[in-house]
Ligand binder design. Structure first.
Ligand SMILES: [Zn+2]
Length: 429
């Protein structure tokens, strides 16, 4: 516990107004007690030197898989929270494809109790359907009462349009979005990677971008019909971006997130890496045209939030033939450095815009109050920079798994610490 702390010499970044301010921050009992230049504190108060560093409200990754209960060999809530903190995230929303799935109130409460032992805020996303089977609606009101912030059958789409319609009708009463894993499964029953030139050449079954686009188009119409909030999980296609752009122009309750790996790599990585199973994820790495469109969608505001879809798998599970490997990679530790390298350095987003998509945007989508850097408020903040060049190695892995294609990559921008719940969690230089 570090309930009191003086953060000296940093620059505060307020994402809502995109303004900065050089000031010290005094935290007392976990609350922001003072923001000013040259704040004085007693000799007993620990000092964090934030010279040349930025301080923003705490970041949130609204799409992670923490694997507990049921798959603790991949990740636990404790190790996932540690990985989140190391990545600069004070909060995460976790997906319900656990065992048992987060489909009853007691599982929601189990996740929240486990999370309370960590310094990171863990916000459960509960299942749309019982057993995550896509057949019968889960008890959405009870799940929301238990603390679920949204509903999703992620890992699988809500394939059944009638079920999605009913879920959206409920969601309007509960003020929770339905987060759909956008994929029309019948278009890609055996797909292993993006369907295109590369998959044809190397002979792997493809997942067409069309699978995502058809589902996004369906759900936009369901959002228009029901008034329910559809959130597009891990958008990956150019056409999908265009569909969301048009939905927003119609003022429909449709929002979208993009994963850091989808703006970084293309399907070429599958071939170039020699079928590295850490290039296999759902949705798959797509074409260069898709990546360009995702960046455009971020820049013009079509895509609201940045996320990781952190999906840990044990080495023995990923260290198999490409066709047999599970989908997904870890993402919490590399997120900010990839955003710096792929979005900020090339000028796609400003630092403030990128931080907005990690702070205000995900919480607005999930109807949570974004933390602010103001006196009297709980201290929930991330300390980082946007220009340190560093190499991501095994030493930086805090997740229980290290299934990432980015080991050895040079990243730009470093998360240094988070503060939340009266606790400072720091990364070593
Ligand atoms: Zn998904």
């Amino acid at each position: 516990m570090t309930p009191d702390l003086l953060i000296r010499g940093g620059t505060l970044l307020h994402p809502e107004t995109e303004t900065t301010q050089s000031a010290d921050v005094l935290i007392q009992d976990g609350l922001i007690a003072e923001i000013d230049t040259d704040v004085e504190a007693g000799p007993e108060v620990p000092v964090y030197d934030a010279t040349d560093r930025l301080i923003s409200p705490g970041w949130m990754d609204m799409h992670v898989h923490l694997r507990e209960p049921g798959f603790e060999h991949k990740e636990t809530i404790a190790t996932g929270a540690r990985a989140a903190a190391a990545g600069g995230f004070t909060d995460v929303a976790c997906m319900p494809n656990t065992d048992p799935p987060i489909h009853t109130r007691d599982v929601v409460e189990f996740v929240r109790e486990r999370a309370a032992e960590t310094p990171v805020g863990v916000h459960p996303i509960a299942c749309v359907s019982k057993e995550r089977e896509g057949k019968e609606l889960a008890e959405l009101a009870d799940l929301a009462d238990g603390g679920a912030v949204a509903f999703s059958d992620d890992g699988a789409p809500v394939q059944h349009a009638g079920l999605m319609r009913r879920a959206l009708e409920y969601s309007t009463m509960l003020d929770c979005p339905i987060v759909n894993h956008m994929e029309e499964k019948t278009l890609n029953p055996n797909g292993q990677m993006h369907e295109g030139e590369v998959s044809a050449r190397i002979g792997l079954d493809g997942i067409p971008g069309l699978a995502d686009d058809v589902m996004i188009a369906r759900d936009i119409e369901l959002a228009a019909f029901t008034g329910g909030h559809v959130h597009v999980a891990h958008i990956s296609t150019a056409r999908g971006v265009e569909l969301v752009r048009r939905a927003k122009a119609r003022d429909l309750p449709v929002t979208a997130e993009v994963c850091t790996h989808h703006i970084t790599l293309t399907d070429a990585a599958v071939e170039q890496s020699g079928f590295d199973t850490n290039t296999k994820m759902h949705p798959p790495l797509r074409s260069a045209e898709d990546v360009a469109a995702l960046k455009e969608g971020l820049a013009d505001g079509t895509i609201d939030a940045l996320c990781t879809d952190h999906a840990p798998h044990a080495a023995f599970e990923k260290d198999v033939e490409f066709n047999a490997a599970p989908f997904g990679i870890t993402g919490l530790g590399t997120a900010w450095g990839l955003i710096g390298r792929e979005l900020i350095e090339p000028g796609v987003l400003s630092v403030a815009e990128a931080v907005q998509k990690l702070t205000v945007a995900p919480r607005r989508i999930l109807q949570l109050d974004p933390p602010t850097l103001e006196t009297g408020e709980p201290a929930v903040l991330t300390i980082f920079d946007a220009d340190t060049r560093w190499t991501f190695t095994e030493d930086h892995v805090h997740s229980k798994s290290q299934n990432t294609p980015f080991l050895g990559d040079e990243l730009v921008g470093r998360p240094w610490a988070i503060y939340r719940d009266g606790e400072l969690v720091q990364n070593e230089a």
